[in-house]
Design a protein around this ligand. Structure first.
Ligand code: OSB
Ligand code: MG
Length: 427
């Protein structure tokens, strides 16, 4: 396929309850959607950036701006990817994914694979095989690598291109990624509550809904007491973990180690994004495994953090890593090192959720993800709603199996919930 135009849609979607973390409180999700039109059909991607640059340096206005000014024009200018076999450009755009096993480069660097070029010749399994089967999506990251950072903006574009390319091939994301299960285990991320009583009410509701794991947001002053109370409520055997979103410092290592008796699955990102060293110190001081979220920017930082002993479990958020293809590389690197991974969330609508649920079906995702039902966030979703199963599938979500994301964006809601005019680049 060839990209013809890229549309940006800005929406404000009210949350069913405000979501409070150590970095702030949100009552509505500001959503940036990317709609890519190709000569072989359309695709949608969701940017995971928040309204404010508090979780990371990225935020929605910045993502929209960098897409409009730099990223979308570069994608529209880029030539179609060509298959390279033994270092030679074939000059033929391979449409059949079964034959797409080469290295994809663009026309500016004939015969010389660009740094970071996706895939390897003869690739037959894991991320490399997935990547080789979607040459257009695989060309997005190399085409955009001239812009530093802005992974969430790049990831949204790649997701939209991937959706379009897979729809044209009639393949689902789950199939492309190498999913090994039809249902995934779901957890729920519980915000900081106004009172302990309200927290316990909220957790009770989630347990009744069937969630298989509870994650509590913590911050200094909201940690030991809520953790003790929730552990008491849910019992010793229920899966419980905490997420600090960088709110602590090295002085808090003894306090965080004192969470050990509560048998948490993990402590997520207690310290600053750049501060691997303090995470290493906590990992040595505490029994509870340390899990990084904000610090994991790509496969390089993931492997580095693992090898240094800063993380023994990884939260994979494809949108934060510049896209699903990089997330597949992180999955494979973790799996090769026997590091468990789980799928994080960023309060996505059905567009982003569908792709997250697909990647969560890979073999390395051995812990329940923050892949909660649409109703945990929104009264109405932008796509058909994601719901938890019942019976043997209580607390699980079905992996979409239709082409692309497998869900349909409700155009009327994109219009009704628009917070600004749509922007079209190209065409
Ligand atoms: O740190 O995992 C996080 C939401 C927004 C930004 C960061 C995080 C979160 C969540 C919610 O924890 C996960 C979800 O349910 O989507
Ligand atoms: Mg987190």
């Amino acid at each position: 396929p060839r990209i013809e135009s890229i549309e940006l849609h800005r929406l404000e979607v009210p949350l069913v309850r405000p979501f409070e973390t150590s970095f702030g409180r949100e009552a509505a999700r500001e959503v940036l959607l990317v709609h890519v039109r190709t000569d072989r059909g359309d695709g949608w991607g969701e940017c995971v950036a928040g309204r404010d640059p508090f979780y990371s340096g990225e935020y929605v206005d910045g993502a929209a701006s960098v897409i409009e000014r730099y990223l979308a024009p570069a994608l529209l200018r880029a030539p179609a990817p060509h298959l390279v076999d033994d270092g030679h450009v074939s000059g033929v755009l391979i449409e059949d994914p079964a034959h797409a096993t080469g290295i994809w480069v663009d026309d500016r660097e004939q015969g010389v694979p660009a740094a970071g070029t996706a895939g390897t010749a003869g690739a037959s399994s894991g991320a490399a095989a997935s990547i080789a089967s979607v040459p257009l999506a695989a060309s997005v990251a190399p085409t955009l690598s001239f812009v530093a950072g802005h992974r969430m903006a790049k990831g949204a574009l790649e997701a939209a291109v991937l959706d379009a390319e897979l729809r044209a091939q009639g393949r689902s994301m789950a199939e492309c990624f190498g999913a090994v299960r039809d249902w995934v285990d779901c957890g729920v991320s519980v915000g900081i509550a106004p009172t302990l009583e309200e927290l316990l009410d909220e957790v009770t509701g989630y347990l009744e809904a069937g969630y298989r794991r509870i994650k509590l947001k913590i911050k200094p002053g909201w940690d030991l007491v809520p953790v003790a109370a929730v552990r008491e409520l849910i019992g010793r055997d229920a899966m419980l973990q905490v997420d600090a979103n960088t709110a602590y410092t090295a002085d808090d290592i003894p306090l965080l180690a004192s969470l050990d008796p509560f048998d948490l699955l993990l402590i997520e990102q207690p310290f600053a994004e750049e501060d691997l060293a303090t995470h290493v110190r906590l990992a040595q001081a505490a029994e509870t495994p340390v899990c990084l979220d904000e610090s994991i920017l790509d496969v390089t930082t993931a492997v580095d953090a693992i090898e240094r002993g800063a993380t023994s479990i990884v939260n994979i958020k494809p949108g934060r890593m510049g896209g699903f293809l990089e997330a597949l590389r992180v999955h494979d690197a973790c799996r090769a090192r026997e590091v468990p991974v789980w799928c994080g969330g960023m309060l996505e609508t059905g567009v982003g959720r569908a792709a997250n649920v697909a990647i969560a079906a890979l073999p390395g995702f051995v812990l329940p993800g923050d892949t909660s039902a649409s109703g945990r966030y929104f009264a109405e979703d932008l796509t058909e709603p994601f719901v938890l199963g019942s019976g043997e599938h209580r607390g699980q979500m079905r992996v979409p199996d239709a082409a692309g994301t497998g869900v349909t964006v409700r155009d009327e809601l994109v219009r009704d919930w628009a917070s600004r005019a749509a922007v079209t680049i190209g065409a």
